[in-house]
Structures are given as structure tokens and as C-alpha cells.
Unconditional design. Structure first.
Lengths: 301, 434
């Protein structure tokens, strides 16, 4: 006798639950639970009393005080401005270079494509921490051959200036992430139907014309996705400035939102850090929403 | 059918867990003398030089207690790690706590109250000024290891070669600084290290400043004082006149290697680092008392560590056995010094002689640098108290130094913002401060 409909559905339900359970278990344990704990922390502040020698601090409920403190702290707001300036420098240059390199790799003139793909991707394999340390040496006057050479030709690179610090960090992240995006764009370019390109060639379009007017628009989706991920990553900027700050005097402890949050945890202000983290999360959510929304509109035109 | 087997499996799993729990319960209860386990294993966190060697030596000579050493980073990172570990319940049994950080660690509730076990020991073995550093709120919290008496290491060869007198006062130091620059325009008498503010804090101590004090039930925070201003003014003058190097730490190291840094101020323990960092300059360095403000020698303490039992430790007795061995026995000190990496000056006077005997002085041309450090001990200015929030103070001063390096800020102005921030931070944590 064949199983009844509802019996089948129920059994499928069970199987589905079995397969999805690990995901939800991990999602709960490592995403939802920490966010929940963070939310709880953000409403509390550690308190001791007297001289502070009385032992373990207590968690005291402070309502939204931690949020008010973060939102009225000029250093926290300033950290968003830094990241904003950084994004304006970093994203167009990095995406631009990546797109250009991907189009070059995809052009009929490209030779040794495999080699260049690998070579361009290599910096991305280097852990961010190591990369930042290497670059810090390259930025230190007296140690770096590059800085000394630049100074000799009359282009002094001053890491001690605000522009120098943003430039230094952007340069480092461009070096690291361009190759990754080249691979993404190149893969998308491979999926562009060859007949479209043939058709444009027949219509008399040159290689540059094809790259700019045919290929680039057709991988728009990949570019938007790359921009989205880059924006999210850039706003969480931490490791690179954290290391480069040894050499760059203008990178202070609240240079980016993540550095600001870290500095609060060092002052045992877990509540403040949690509140600032949640604010950063909301800003990130809004930013990613805007990027997808904006690009969808653009695509519809 | 299926449901039942799931339930059975769950029950079985539950049973296994409870068996495991019972088993753990048993081993926990085993501290009773009747069935004491043969070996108690404890963990030890430190960043001090030769900690591994000390642990190994202890394990070799002890059968009842065995120690597992774990290297952790020094400075703010390490204390953050300890604080988090205590919260998480997986802190080591034995923790390293610098004197400067003790109030901060107590405010975080990181240390177990072992005063009942160590007060007599500390009172009977250590000089009074050292006892003060580990006694807070009428209780003794940790057992001191060393006294980081500040001294001046200098390039004996270069000073002699250029016939420059080794400065005894800060006035002479300035004259010598000018002479050094004249002798070799690329050299400076010392580096103005902007990334590590510990030396600078201690220079304030030497000048008679008292950054923290207790008034009744409240901390009095006074970073900005006439004594501090004297120190800041002096060093700002050296910086302005380009008599000290004012460059990032990486470059300082390079200049040291190139014989362009002629003195280094630091705790007695810094000799070990000097030796390890500049092996080519063996035999060229010597140690001298820290220059003073008047003719009377004066010093301060920079760094200096003690060991405590963490709040979550369940093996207090074993932990104290290890701590006592490390700090108060000749064997413990010998193990630390024999590796050659450490130049710690033990806080117990008799043990300083043990240390001196075990320290290879080849790097210092055979000079008894321990005699210099020991002589500096009684000249340490009294009345200095470390307060909670020193982690923030060191960080804050370091941050201000960056502004000084670029010329955006002058040294005398570094105190006020850090003082305000420290009081604000302490109050935010519910601690009385003004």
C-alpha cells in the first residue's frame, strides 16, 4: 500500500529537518546567540564601587545610555567619516583596476592568462595581518627602499598626515583585494555569450569598444556584488590600520568604528562596545540595502 | 518505533553525560587528603623571559605539582586575555601581574584572595617598599618577583672614545646629549620612544610625581602636577633641539644596531632584552645609575612583576607552591637567570646575589650590573601608588606621544587629557575618583 499523502509529506518534513538542523544549530549558536548576548550587554554596564577593590564587577542595567554615549561621542562619529573617505578612495580605484585587469585578461590579445590569474590572486592569499606588517615596514622611512626612493625624486610620502594614513591603508587593501575581484570579474566575463561578442565584431566594434560597451555592462551583476561586499568589508576595517598605526601617527585609537569598539573593550567598557557594535551593524545593513537598491535601479534603466 | 529508538538514544546519551559528570565530580573531590592524587596539574600564564625554563626546572624537581606554561602577550593584550579568561572560567591557575596593573586586575575581580596564605611570607621576606606594591585595601594579593629599578645602560666604548662624561644628573645628561650629537651628527644620546610609555611614566615617578593616591574611599588622580611638568618640559626641550631620536620604534632598533643610540633608560630587567637584541655590541655596554634631578641619586621602578592566583583556580595550594618556589627560592631564581635571557633583579635582597652570580655579564664587559641595580633600589622615590585604570593611562600617554612625534602636541600638554579621560573611565566603572 502506497503511503498516504500526508504521511509522505511528514516524512519529507523529517528528512528536511534532519538536513537543515545542523545549519540552524550552528546559526543559532554562533550568530543569533552572540547577537542576543551583545544586545543584552549593550543595555548593561559593568560597575564596581568604592576603590574598586571589592571583587568582580556587577552588570547594572543602564537602558539606552550606552547608545546615547556612543552616538554623542565625536570620536565614534568621526570614525565613520574616516571610513567614508577611505571608501571613496579605495572602492573606485580597486574596482576600477580589477575591472580593467579582468577585461585585459579576457581580451584576445591576452597571453599567459593562467599565470596572470594566479599572480594577481597571490596577495589575497597572504593573511591580512602579515600583509599589514610587511607594508608597515615598507612605509617606515629609513627602512623602506620605496619611501627613500620617492623622497629622492621629490615625492615625499608622509604617513604622519591624515591623507597619508588613508592612502597607506587604501594602498595596502587595494594590493590585497584587487586580485580576488579580478578572478570574480574574469569568471563572469567567461559567461558572456560568445555570439554577442561575435555579433559586435561583425557590426564593426573594436576590442576597446567591445570591452567597454558590451562586456562591462554584461557583468554588471558581478560588479555590483563586488562593490557590496567591498563596502561591507571596508566599513569593518580593522586589521590593516591596527598594524599600520605603529608607523602612522595619525591613525588613532578611534580611527575606524571597529578600532573604536576594540578600544572600548580595552577600557573594560563591554556595554559601550556592544552598543557601538550594534550601531555599526545597523549602519552596515542600511549601506548594503542602499547599494543593492541603487544598483537595481541603475540596472533597470 | 522510530521515535522510541530516538528516545532510547537520548536516554543513553544522557546517561553517559551524567556518568562523565560523576567522574569529574570524583576527581574534583579528590583534594581531600585521604585520596590525594599523586600529581596536581596547574597552568601558568606569563610573557616574562625564561618562564619556560623556570617551569621546566620546577617540574623536574617536583613530583606532587606539575606546571603547564603558556606564553601570552605582554601589555594590554595579555591583561585583556586574562580578564576574558576569568570571565569565561578558563583562566590559568597562576597569573603574572605587574605592580602597575595590580589595582586594575583587582577592580576586574581577576585574582583570588590568598592573603591568608601569603601575607606572612611577603611580610617576612620582602623590603617594605616592595610589600606596599602588592598590598591594597589591607590585603596582600600577590607574591613579588622582581624590582624593576630604573637604571641607565650606556655605550661605554663610545662615551670613552669621545671623552664624554657619563651623566649623573639630568643637566649633565643634556650637556652629554649635545656632545653626542656633535661627536657624530647621526647619533643621539637616547631614543624618545613614543610607542612605549612605561619609561616616561617612571621618569615622572623619579621626579617625585604621584599620579594616584587614595583619599578615604576615593582615588585621587593627579597626572598633571608641577613635578610632571618639570619632566615633560625637560624632554620637550630635548626633542625640540633634536637631541634625542624621535622616530618610530622600528627605526630606533635599526639606529641602535648602527651604533647611533648611545644610552637606553630602563628597568634592570631590560639588560636581557638589550643582550638579545644587539648581540654584536657585546662588551660595549655598561650600566649606570639613572641621572637625577639634584645631586642625590634617585630612581623609580619601571615594570616589575608579581604572581597571583586567578579567581577561577581550584588548585590554590598547588599554585602557591609554584609561586613561592619561583619567587623566594634560590633554585627558582637560578632557573630564571641560567638561561641567559633574563636579567631580572629579584625583589628579595639575598636572591639578588644569586641572580648576579647566574647572570652572564660578558655583554656588559664583565661589569656587575646587579650591583648598580641593587644600589638603585633604596633610591627609588617613595610614595608612588599605582591605581586602577593604568592600562588606559599607558595607552592614553602612548596615543599623545604620537601627536608629540608629529609636532602636533607638546609634551607638557599630554597629561591633562589623559587625566580627564582616566577619571571619566573610572567613574564610568563605578569607582570613586576625582
Amino acid at each position: 500500500m502506497p503511503p498516504t499523502r500526508s504521511g509522505l509529506a511528514r516524512r519529507q518534513y523529517g528528512v528536511a529537518a534532519l538536513f537543515t538542523a545542523p545549519f540552524f544549530l550552528l546559526f543559532f549558536a554562533f550568530t543569533l546567540a552572540p547577537i542576543g548576548y551583545g544586545a543584552w550587554l549593550s543595555l548593561h554596564r559593568e560597575q564596581t564601587s568604592g576603590l574598586g577593590l571589592g571583587g568582580e564587577p556587577e552588570q547594572v542595567f543602564v537602558g539606552l545610555d550606552n547608545f546615547t554615549r556612543a552616538l554623542t561621542d565625536g570620536r565614534f562619529l568621526g570614525s565613520f567619516a574616516t571610513v567614508g573617505v577611505y571608501c571613496l578612495v579605495y572602492i573606485p580605484i580597486m574596482i576600477g583596476i580589477a575591472l580593467l585587469l579582468a577585461l585585459l585578461l579576457d581580451s584576445v590579445y591576452a597571453r599567459a592568462k593562467r599565470f596572470f590569474q594566479l599572480a594577481l590572486y597571490l596577495p589575497n592569499i597572504v593573511p591580512g595581518l602579515i600583509a599589514a606588517m610587511i607594508w608597515t615596514y615598507l612605509y617606515t622611512p629609513g627602512l623602506s627602499p620605496i619611501i627613500d626612493a620617492l623622497a629622492k625624486v621629490g615625492v615625499p610620502f608622509n604617513l604622519g598626515s591624515d591623507a597619508g594614513a588613508v592612502g597607506a591603508v587604501a594602498n595596502l587593501t587595494i594590493w590585497m583585494h584587487t586580485g580576488y575581484n579580478v578572478i570574480i570579474f574574469f569568471a563572469a566575463l567567461q559567461a558572456v555569450p560568445r555570439e554577442v561578442i561575435e555579433a559586435s565584431t561583425v557590426d564593426g566594434a573594436g576590442q576597446i569598444r567591445i570591452a567597454w560597451s558590451v562586456k562591462a555592462p554584461m557583468i554588471r551583476g558581478a560588479v555590483v556584488l563586488a562593490v557590496l561586499f567591498t563596502v561591507i568589508g571596508a566599513m569593518q576595517l580593522f586589521t590593516e590600520p591596527f598594524i599600520v598605526r605603529d608607523a602612522a601617527t595619525t591613525i588613532d585609537q578611534a580611527w575606524t568604528p571597529s578600532l573604536y569598539i576594540y578600544q572600548l573593550t580595552k577600557a573594560y567598557d563591554m556595554g559601550g562596545a556592544a552598543a557601538a557594535s550594534l550601531i555599526l551593524t545597523v549602519v552596515l545593513a542600511v549601506a548594503s540595502f542602499l547599494v543593492t537598491r541603487f544598483s537595481k535601479k541603475g540596472a533597470a534603466l | 518505533m522510530k521515535t522510541r529508538s530516538t528516545k532510547a538514544a537520548a536516554a543513553l546519551a544522557g546517561a553517559m553525560v551524567s556518568v562523565a559528570l560523576v567522574a569529574t565530580g570524583c576527581s574534583k573531590g579528590a583534594d581531600t587528603p585521604a585520596d590525594k592524587p599523586a600529581v596536581t596539574e596547574i597552568t601558568f600564564w606569563s610573557w616574562l623571559r625564561a618562564s619556560q625554563e623556570v617551569t621546566d626546572a620546577f617540574n623536574k624537581t617536583h613530583t606532587d605539582v606539575q606546571v603547564k606554561f603558556e606564553q601570552i602577550p605582554g601589555g594590554a593584550e595579555g591583561y585583556g586575555k586574562l580578564t576574558n579568561a576569568v570571565k569565561a572560567g578558563n583562566a590559568p591557575d597562576v597569573a603574572t601581574v605587574e605592580y602597575a596593573m595590580l589595582p586594575d586586575m583587582l577592580a576586574q575581580g581577576n585574582l583570588a584572595d590568598v592573603s591568608g596564605d601569603i601575607t606572612d611570607l611577603v611580610k617576612s621576606k620582602y623590603p617594605a617598599p616592595i610589600q606596599e606594591l602588592v598590598t591594597l585595601g589591607g590585603k596582600t594579593w600577590t607574591v613579588p618577583l622582581d624590582a624593576g629599578a630604573m637604571v641607565m645602560f650606556y655605550r661605554k666604548d663610545l662615551f670613552e672614545q669621545h671623552k664624554i662624561a657619563v651623566p649623573k644628573t639630568w643637566d649633565e645628561f643634556k650637556t652629554a646629549a649635545e656632545a653626542v650629537k656633535k661627536a657624530d651628527p647621526k647619533s643621539r644620546i637616547t631614543d624618545w620612544n613614543q610607542t612605549d610609555s612605561a619609561n616616561f611614566v617612571s621618569l615622572n615617578w623619579q621626579a617625585g610625581a604621584k599620579w594616584f593616591g587614595i583619599e578615604g574611599d576615593s582615588w585621587k588622580v593627579t597626572l598633571d602636577s608641577p613635578e610632571s611638568q618639570k619632566v615633560a618640559g625637560y624632554w620637550q626641550d630635548l626633542i625640540t633641539k633634536d637631541l634625542v631620536t624621535n622616530v618610530p620604534a622600528e627605526e630606533v632598533q635599526k639606529r641602535k644596531a648602527a651604533n647611533q643610540v648611545w644610552t637606553q633608560l630602563g628597568g634592570a630587567w631590560a639588560a636581557g632584552g638589550l643582550k638579545a637584541g644587539l648581540p654584536d655590541q657585546a662588551g660595549k655596554w655598561a650600566s649606570a645609575p639613572l641621572p637625577s634631578w639634584d645631586a642625590n641619586p634617585a630612581s623609580a621602578m619601571v615594570g616589575g612583576s608579581s604572581f597571583g592566583v586567578s579567581k577561577t583556580s581550584k588548585k590554590k595550594d598547588a599554585a602557591l607552591t609554584f609561586i613561592t618556589w619561583m619567587t623566594t627560592t634560590p633554585e627558582g631564581i637560578q632557573a630564571r637567570l641560567a638561561s641567559g635571557a633574563s636579567s631580572t633583579l629579584p625583589a628579595i635582597p639575598e636572591l639578588a646575589d644569586v641572580a648576579a652570580k647566574n647572570f652572564d655579564t660578558k655583554f656588559f664587559g664583565g661589569q656587575d650590573i646587579y650591583a648598580v641595580a641593587k644600589a638603585a633600589l633604596p633610591t627609588i622615590k617613595t610614595g608612588w601608588v599605582w591605581g586602577p585604570g593604568m592600562r588606559g593611562v599607558f595607552d592614553g600617554i602612548g596615543e599623545q606621544f604620537k601627536l608629540v612625534q608629529t609636532g602636533k602636541q607638546q609634551l607638557p600638554a599630554v597629561y591633562a587629557p589623559v587625566q580627564t579621560k582616566t577619571i571619566e573611565d573610572l567613574k564610568g566603572r563605578g569607582i570613586n575618583a576625582s
